[in-house]
Design a protein around this ligand. Sequence first.
Ligand SMILES: [Zn+2]
Ligand SMILES: [Zn+2]
Length: 164
Amino acid sequence: MKINIQNLENGLIEIDEEIEPVFINKEIKQYYPNKIALHALVDKFGKDYRINVNINTTALYICDMCLTQFNYSFQAAQQMIFQVGSGKLEATEDIIQLPGNATEIDITPVLSEMVLLNHPLKMICKKDCKGICPNCGANLNTEECRCSKESTDPKWDQLRKLIK
Ligand SMILES: [Zn+2]
Ligand SMILES: [Zn+2]
């Protein structure tokens, strides 16, 4: 995703685009198969470009507890400042320096970082996910555990016999 800055006037421009998720890190690529909606505001002031980026997409996660695939509305936002050539801003971590003859700003590395930083450590399909039974593998959200019946029923039968 590159922003052409060659003929950009001072002031605010708005960018709305749908981009392919090709920039996403290999390790987490499988979770982001859908197009990514990008909304950016580019504020140009002389040689400085302040860019506010919002991205959102429908991610496809796998629940850590019940192993079911589920859709997740993924969103991330970030502000970045680029400076073309040596300007009045001091180069710090927050300001990305570009050569004086730059004609475009490539925000792709920032986009892949945004996804990586906002990628969840834990994927849970819903707050009260019951997970799967470690014994029989039943998804306890949608089905009853088979092994609990098998193991309790005979005991109850024995108890009933005792009571009689
Ligand atoms: Zn789950
Ligand atoms: Zn079970």
